[in-house]
Ligand binder design. Sequence first.
Ligand code: MTE
Length: 326
Amino acid sequence: MLLRVRRGWEIPESGVTPESVFWNRRRLLGAMGTMPALAASPALAMSVRRAVPAATDGDFAADLYPAPRNPRYEVNRPLTDPELATGYNNFYEFGSYKQIAKAARALELRPWTVTIDGLVERERTLDAEELIRRMPLEERVYRLRCVEAWSIVVPWTGFPLRELVAFARPLSAARYLRMETFLDPEMAPGQRASWYPWPYVEGLTMAEATHELAFVATGIYGRPLPKQNGAPLRLAVPWKYGFKSIKSIVRFTFTAERPETFWSLIAPHEYGFWANVNPEVPHPRWSQAEERPLGEPGRIPTRLYNGYAEFVADLYAGLADEPLFM
Ligand code: MTE
């Protein structure tokens, strides 16, 4: 992931948020962590939502937020401070540093079309707004564990990826779902770096794509996604390292062949296709045993499948020969 410049974990937390501001917010978020749902207190929920910046030319289907929380997907850890989750990001299209939000303002969200193609009954391209409005929006609290060993807990708004798969009506020959981010080097300066295999591509097996946990996020903290988090729609697959959760998707392609993915093309011995979280399988250059929750002092143990083993372990029965954890 980190091939040039300094590593993500070398950026001090003080570079993210001034300490006094941070600790004031901790009081608010500490209170939130004990609440069953973000919407339990309208005033609190509103103040959290206000911390998420609006995408000035974006905010697709804003009237649909906040969506109802699905209680099946809760995490027994406090939510990450929204200013950290929206202020400490990976979005290589705009640069390889974490405070990418300002540079990501250059992302033009309108018009934004999403193409569904490949092994489907009928290929089609539709406006992101139309797609989002067709889907059943809900809120889910998920963990996100970056391969760089930092982590967050955030309430995503969005819809199950399997709803999109059902809408796409794939043919029986489809075995994988390939997802692609926009390609526009004029708009996104990171894409002028020719040593990266742009556009960013990720993929899932059909079993993964139709698993109940696979989610397309369109919002965060009860608001439409800000650009730096991957507006207008991005993937959230919480049992996998964060790089699988591709941002700002423009194309979903159903294929028979396993897609080549962005990071596995760059560093195949470090970042694989599967990328399931496993604390016992170190990255070639660092341990994955622990993680640093953004905004919290110290580290916590990382869990197998990022804490989602009971949901997903069955997906990988019989695949022991595959490099499932890189
Ligand atoms: N998607 C695109 N298109 N470009 C990226 O650089 N970074 C990935 C993933 N999706 C990335 C991307 C990585 S490495 C991580 S950890 C997550 O986005 C971070 O998501 P967040 O910034 O919303 O926390």
